[in-house]
Design a binder for this molecule. Structure first.
Ligand SMILES: Cc1cc2nc3c(=O)[nH]c(=O)nc-3n(C[C@H](O)[C@H](O)[C@H](O)COP(=O)(O)O)c2cc1C
Length: 232
C-alpha cells in the first residue's frame, strides 16, 4: 500500500519512533511508494493565524512547504505520524504542522480522499504521556474524516533506540506484526464508521443552517454534499 509518513523529528538511527515506523513500513509497504517527510525541516513555520487557508488553502504563506506533503497524503492509502512525547504532548512542530490543516477539518473543507484512508499514529515516551500525545494526533485525524485510526504507544524508559532493552524490542516486534496484519486486512475495504458519518451529517446541517464561512459553504455545495453526493 502507498504510505505517507510524517516524522516528528529529524532523528533517525537513534530515534525510537523512527525505528518503530520503519518496522511497520517493512510489513506494510509491499514495495509500494513511501513518501517521507521530516519535521521541522519539511514544514518549519508556525501558523500565522492569517485565515487565508479558510478561503483558499493555496493562499497559505507556507503552501510551498505544504504542497508536496499534501499531495503525498492525498495519494497515500495509509498516513503514518510519529510523535515522541514532549512534556506530555506532541512536539511543537507536530502541532504547528497540524494547525496548518485546520481548514480541512470537517466543519470547514474536508477532503473526500480522507474518508477512504487509514492512519497509524506512533508515540513513544520515557515514562508517560503517549495517551495525550496520541490524542493530539487522533483529534485531527478524526476531524479530517479518517475512520480507521490505529495507535501504537509505548513507554520505553530510554532516550535512544539503542538503549531500549531486548525484552521490550521483542514484545514490540510481535505487536507491530499483529497491528500490521490488521491494517493490511482493512486495506481496500475502508468504509467510514458510524462516528465519522454522524460527524459529517452534523457538519452538513451546520453548513445548511449557519453558513458561518461562505467559502466553506460554497465548498460543500461544489462537492455536492449539500445535495445527494457523499465523500464515501
Ligand atoms: C523535550 C523533551 C520532552 C520530553 N517529555 C517527556 C514526557 O513528558 N514524558 C516522557 O515520558 N518522556 C518525555 N521525553 C522523552 C521522550 O518522549 C522519549 O525518550 C521518546 O522515546 C523519544 O523518541 P525518539 O527516540 O523518537 O526521539 C521527552 C523528551 C524530550 C527531548
Amino acid at each position: 500500500m502507498k504510505i505517507a509518513v510524517i516524522y516528528a523529528t529529524q532523528r533517525k538511527s537513534k530515534s525510537s519512533t523512527y525505528n518503530i515506523a520503519q518496522q511497520f513500513i517493512q510489513h506494510l509497504s509491499d514495495k509500494d511508494t513511501v513518501a517521507e517527510f521530516f519535521l521541522p525541516k519539511s514544514m518549519p513555520n508556525f501558523c500565522r493565524g492569517c485565515w487565508n487557508c479558510f478561503t483558499d488553502y493555496k493562499n497559505c504563506p507556507d503552501y510551498n512547504y505544504l504542497k508536496p506533503i499534501l499531495e503525498a497524503m492525498l495519494e497515500a492509502d495509509l498516513l503514518v505520524f510519529t510523535a515522541p512525547v514532549y512534556v506530555y504532548h506532541v512536539p511543537g512542530q507536530v502541532k504547528a504542522f497540524l494547525d496548518h490543516f485546520g481548514y480541512q477539518w470537517m466543519p470547514h473543507q474536508p477532503r473526500k480522499e480522507m474518508f477512504s484512508k487509514q492512519a497509524l499514529l506512533i508515540s513513544t515516551a520515557a515514562g508517560a504521556g503517549t495517551k495525550s500525545a496520541l490524542k493530539d494526533l487522533k483529534d485531527s485525524m478524526t476531524f479530517w474524516g479518517i475512520s480507521h485510526i490505529y495507535t501504537f504507544g509505548i513507554n520505553l524508559h530510554a532516550a535512544d533506540w539503542d538503549k531500549v532493552n531486548d525484552k521490550k524490542r521483542l514484545k514490540m516486534q510481535k505487536d507491530i506484526f499483529k497491528l500490521s496484519l490488521k491494517i493490511k486486512t482493512e486495506f481496500k475495504n475502508v468504509k467510514p464508521s458510524l462516528k465519522i458519518k454522524m460527524l459529517f451529517y452534523t457538519m452538513r446541517l451546520m453548513q445548511k443552517k449557519l453558513k458561518f464561512n461562505p467559502a466553506d459553504t460554497q465548498y460543500w455545495e461544489t462537492q455536492g454534499w449539500l445535495g445527494k453526493e457523499r465523500p464515501w
